[in-house]
Design a protein. Sequence first.
Length: 396
Amino acid sequence: MKKIFLNLLKQPITNSYLNNINSSTLRKELFYNLSMQIDLNNYLVSIKKPVNPKRQYTNKYAHRASQSKTMNLSFEKIANKLKRKFKPKLSLEIGSNDGVFLKNFGKKEILAVEPCKNLAEITIAKGYRTYDKFWNIELAKKIIKENGKLDLVYSANTISHIPNLKEVFKAVSISLKQNGVLVFEDPYMGSILKNNSYDQFYDEHVHIFSLISISNLLEIHKLKVIDAEILSTHGGSIRFYVAKENSKYQVSKSVKKIYKSEIIKKLNKFSTYKKFSTRVKKSKIKLVKLLKNLKKNNKKIISYGATYKSATIFNYCNIDKNLIDFVIDSTKNKQWKYTPGKHILIKPPCDMVNEKIDYAFLGAWNFSKEIMAKEKKFLKNGGKFITHVPNVRILK
Ligand code: TMP
């Protein structure tokens, strides 16, 4: 049985930044209802009615994973760790974006799957064999026919985007060698509950994983979680190491530890999610009140990072250009466009002191350390950051 615990109202497709806000463009903007549910059979958290992936992962996909220093380092670290640990001869990445993970491998050592053709073109140009298709059983069969079975399948922030997880895991299972390993990482439900980061819920995050839910889902595919790690990336992620049930791998102690902690935190109880939903409603009231008060005092407020996460906040809290003057983002193809749903202008990063900005809402709160280090001058001149994690406040 599936039960809804949170309704985040009418939301746009987060990756659809608007080139202009004339009436014909606005008429075509696609909205859907973002309701979050939990499946009480396996405790998987999902969007009740996900958007069709063909509308999301188009040749206009804006996000570039290599934009952040933090993520570049994180991908380099995991690539080296996987090479050391599993010594893979042939690997594959599902959802290779602009090649931020691939670049740590030789061109013959790794294959890539990326359905957004504009992104696939980038890694093809760099010499990596990239299949510009959605990951499914048909593609898995084609890949192993052309290249043989795989030692390692890696995926970051992609598996949670795919509605049909049964197909995902079956396709992985048929592509892996007997002792092959799947390693994937996605936002972690435990971190969302802890940080009250409801903005991790948006169209692309069709599912939010916990160890309990993934263990349940893998059972039918004769796959098991052999290791797991809680990560700080993207505001709290979980990395799963998965192998075939009858492979050589033993289940690590950390799997048992995380599983136990999830039971203690009641990730398998509906009441936990209902309580979270009440905290989200309170967070909305507090954030809107704070921004309105600052605006009443004529403060100039921007949002730092045109993130997908902030699209959920702005649309759920009804925050538009009356409360946020503009958004800044370092990604070129987001600049001079408008945020989805609330249509706030996105500008390139600027000198925040010269621009006389008083407050900056951390749309990219998951990179707050990197941002604070970059914006020392703003802070020194009295500029302040606002966040909503784990509760709404002005950072001191
Ligand atoms: P993400 O949280 O979905 O990865 O998106 C982060 C966004 O924030 C991305 O569009 C890049 C942007 N960004 C900046 O504009 N400046 C920065 O210093 C950092 C770290 C990110």
